[in-house]
Design a protein around this ligand. Sequence first.
Ligand code: AVJ
Length: 320
Amino acid sequence: MAVSSIRDEKLQDSDFFRDVLAGLAGEQKTLPCKYLYDEAGSLLFEQICELDDYYLTRTEAAIFRQHITAMARQVGPGALIIEPGAGNCEKVEPLLEHLQAPSGYYPIDISPEILLAAKERITARLPNLEVIASIGDFTQADVWEGLKNLSTQKRVLFFPGSTIGNFTPVQAENLLGFFAAKLGCGDGLLIGTDLVKDSVVLERAYCDSEHVTEEFNKNILARINSELNGNFDLSLFAHRAFYHPLRQRVEMHLVCLKSHLVQVAGRKFEFAEGETIHTENSHKYSISGFNRLLLRAGFSPVCHWSDPQQHYAIHYAQIS
Ligand code: AVJ
């Protein structure tokens, strides 16, 4: 048997393989956006967060800085903070520092290296805080098991970064409902969302003038080439991101510039000129629209904080 086909057989066991082949086989080709974040993609995303055109990260950080005391008061004393998809745990630090006698911090992330380094940093800064790192996918039940052994006055879920925007409203309702099921009466949710706004501002954020988002988007093709034995020619695809006002989301696509065949793990896929691969959705909410979503998921909206331009919001909701 040829070496390449042995390699292809192993590939067939991975989720990435299955998801990519399923995504490319559809009428509208799609790729799940979670695969944008390999090592190279995560570095590119960090660069995006620093861009002038990408207002989300700095706006959210400013809201946290401005309102951290009020947020800590809203969370209340003796709380256990749970953060799904915590990554380097940098966003939560100011909150942890401002809380009155928190009972612990429970970050969940798939990357053990990043999570354990973050745990060390937080423990050095807040030696009295118990940090329980849970390694795994936050949509799976097992990573929440450790919570059962922890006693606390109150649990508050921390979900910043407009990560919820990557989910369609139905998926977001399901995810928030899954979160709600991990909480009890009086427990809270502190969550960041990007707000509906002028489409020019939105499109600039996802079609930045430095072309970093373009590189981020195309990186998923490079990843398929290297991990799934693909032969995508990146120069035959263009980055496109646009705001869809009815769906209230920015859609990110890769547009095929010339009809051709692509092979991935020995399978052939036809690409027509002008056809696209849909790689990401970034949903935008109004305050009232997000409050309705919270209610459908089982949370009662309590309050929110925003920036002067109303570009972004951080909501506090609870289980009542
Ligand atoms: C990480 C989901 C918040 O949707 O704004 C940034 C991802 N994609 N530029 C977003 C992203 C292209 C980002 N989130």
